[in-house]
Design a protein around this ligand. Sequence first.
Ligand code: NAD
Length: 474
Amino acid sequence: MTPDTLDVPKHVAELRAAQPDWEALGVRGRVRWVRRYADWLLDNADRITEILASEGGKPLVEAKIEFAVPVDIIKYYARNAEKYLRPNHPAPPNLLNRAKRVTVTHRPYPVVAVITPWNFPLGLSLMDSIPALLAGAAVVVKPAPATPGAVRAAVEGWAEIGAPPVFSVIAEGDDAGRALVEEADYIQFTGSTEVGRKIAQRCGERLIPYGLELGGKDPAIVLADADLDHAARGIAWGALANAGQMCTSVERVYVLDTVHDEFLAKLTAHVRGLRRDSDVGPLVTEDQFALVSGQLDDARAAGARVMVGGGTDPERRWIEPTVLAEVDSTMACVCAETFGPLIPVIRVSSEDEAVAAANATDYGLSASIWTSDRRHGAHLAARLEAGAVNINDAHANIFYFTAPMDGWKNSGMGGRLGGAAGILKYTRPQTVTKPRVSVSYQRHLLWYPYTRKRTELVGRLLRALAATGRRRLG
Ligand code: NAD
């Protein structure tokens, strides 16, 4: 379903009308459609990954990873949806409540809007949409205007397999995003902190729930005992994959004084060997090119040393992978989100200084620690203000989708994935109570009339339930 002329309220109304039948299919029925859809995606993998690589300029291997990860997530949720959505029967909290049989079901928010950015248009759109569909919601995706092609091609497959009309795409601009925030029942947003905050405000006014995955300024801490070859390669990949346009990109590297020079030399040498396009592609948009090259110019002007890289090609939105030394915390490349291929390296004299500097940001998405002592690394992780900490690796948590991805501070709210949490977030619990045996109205203790005798009896009963010792039985 791709509307030619956009009428967001009408579009959402159509999804809303189709959703009850989708929910009524039950989890098994929905799983069957989602499995068929995953097969369709695999059958169309080459075509979709080519669109993805060409519209964003990313290396084909990165497009393939972006395609493969959500398909894996789809299969995972298809396997586990029934278990996660199974109704449950909470135990009675006390004797009086034994008269009831209670069932809690997980009922979907009818229409979920998934609004995504341009850096991982396909991956983010699918990994948020499919759990919502399995939960029984209808889903509309709104990709970023710069990269609508792969998402549009992928969502077309839903109609092609003949699935119910509960999954659609609105490949339009920011206005369509704003309109969806007015119409949908749940907003799952990935993008900038600035827009996320506006969405949260509007959702607050409408009293609808939302999940926000926002920006980051992820620190890496290289300890004195780190394997420096491993750290240099891991941090280069952590900072430069997808040309640094990842929310979890390494954007600041704090290195203990004793190993700083050796690490910097190794990182510089490794980055020098990377190839244009096949390892690191261009930036996706002109705005992003202007932002990142502006940060590079500012850092240079303020005295930063370019160890490698520093070249730019505005026509192709290309910025050479760049290692910067002698930077300080006043420079934008250290204190503001970059989202591009710059790696500022900062010398610190102690672990305490590294931790304090790493935490000195409004963001808190993820972080990495590089050390030979993994136990110490885990200990240090507990001092970092970040939703995830990877030891001796970068981005690792985002592939481990049974664990939650949850930004702290200005990096998000509500998170994504995380096993059962990743699907239950699209549902509301509904509690249904029913009597185990029929009780006539005359014997119902809590109903009118409030006679003195009944009041006394109820008082005694409740006191007996609450009392822990004979003395308090009253
Ligand atoms: P953006 O916030 O400008 O736009 C994201 C999406 O929101 C687009 O589809 C856009 O059209 C839409 N939009 C814009 N204004 C809107 C409004 N007022 N209401 C509703 N929708 C609106 O972000 P971007 O520039 O496309 O992406 C880059 C940002 O995304 C970076 O800050 C990056 O860190 C973040 N990001 C975060 C994660 C994460 O998981 N935490 C992942 C990827 C990207």
